[in-house]
Design a protein around this ligand. Structure first.
Ligand SMILES: C[S@@+](CC[C@H](N)C(=O)[O-])C[C@H]1O[C@@H](n2cnc3c(N)ncnc32)[C@H](O)[C@@H]1O
Length: 245
């Protein structure tokens, strides 16, 4: 996959140059031939531009996503799976952060979340969306409970000291979900970007390091990750959360 960075206006050039160093990608000028995969530095956000599709970026303040958040109740399968209880804040490590949608739902309910994402492009999109939510709009206090690192979760977990073990480790490895919380174009983008074939290894590390439970999001009929049977399953129409206590 050939990627390059473009700067939408001259004012964005400084950020484009910094990202170019961080991601080791060239910054193109308007006269260059563009590759298929572009990370565009816009005035107020970062976005991925692909041929024949709308720009992809992380926007926790998107009205449709806010409506989804406003409909969240304690009966939400995700919250039941992580063991959410009112007034007892959970510390959750989301080791497959992606677009941060599940993490934001958990943070909205009151949890403190560390989000880990290993794909550098996805990681900078997520950090960008999070930074905006932390400084503007109605989710500032929610986003303040979310912190994102661009790292392979296997390395992060291997180096984690016991005093920092989280209550819950949450995994949502890429899988062909029959229907996903992510809109299709976002899911397809992630599927192209990321290969989660090492999810079994991630599960083994997670089982050793979660103080209370490990939760895995699966499609309803998917086999158990790594063939390991969970202690319980919380099901919705199309999804299943496998819970290890
Ligand atoms: C299905 S997506 C997660 C979607 C996410 N739950 C959401 O709500 O947006 C899986 C993501 O996990 C990331 N991932 C997979 N294995 C990882 C690892 N070992 N460390 C960090 N990120 C990982 C992938 O790059 C991908 O972005």
């Amino acid at each position: 996959m050939a990627w390059a960075i473009i700067s939408d206006t001259p004012a964005c050039m400084q950020r484009a140059t910094l990202l170019s160093k961080q991601l080791n990608l060239p910054v193109l000028s308007a006269s260059d031939k563009y590759p298929d995969y572009i990370l565009a530095v816009m005035n107020d956000h970062l976005e991925v531009q692909l041929k024949n599709t709308k720009p992809i970026y992380v926007d926790f303040l998107d009205p449709q996503f806010l409506r989804r958040l406003h409909s969240v109740t304690v009966r939400e399968p995700l919250l039941r799976a992580v063991g959410f209880k009112r007034n007892i804040p959970l510390h959750i490590l989301d080791v497959t952060a992606g677009f941060g949608i599940d993490a934001c739902i958990m943070a909205y309910a009151g949890a403190h979340i560390i989000l880990l994402e290993r794909e550098p492009i996805m990681g900078v999109l997520l950090q960008d969306g999070l930074a905006r939510a932390q400084t503007q709009g109605e989710l500032m206090s929610v986003a303040a409970r979310m912190h994102c690192e661009v790292v392979d979760a296997k390395d992060y977990l291997t180096a984690l000291l016991p005093e920092h073990y989280p209550d819950v480790i949450y995994l949502d490895p890429m899988f062909v979900h029959t229907k996903s919380a992510l809109p299709n174009k976002q899911m397809q983008f992630l599927q192209n970007l990321s290969n989660d074939s090492d999810a079994d290894q991630l599960l083994n590390l997670a089982l050793e390091r979660a103080s209370k439970r490990v939760v895995i999001k699966r499609s309803i009929n998917a086999p158990h990750l790594g063939g390991i049977k969970p202690d319980m399953c919380i099901k919705s129409k199309l999804l299943r959360f496998d819970v290890f206590l």
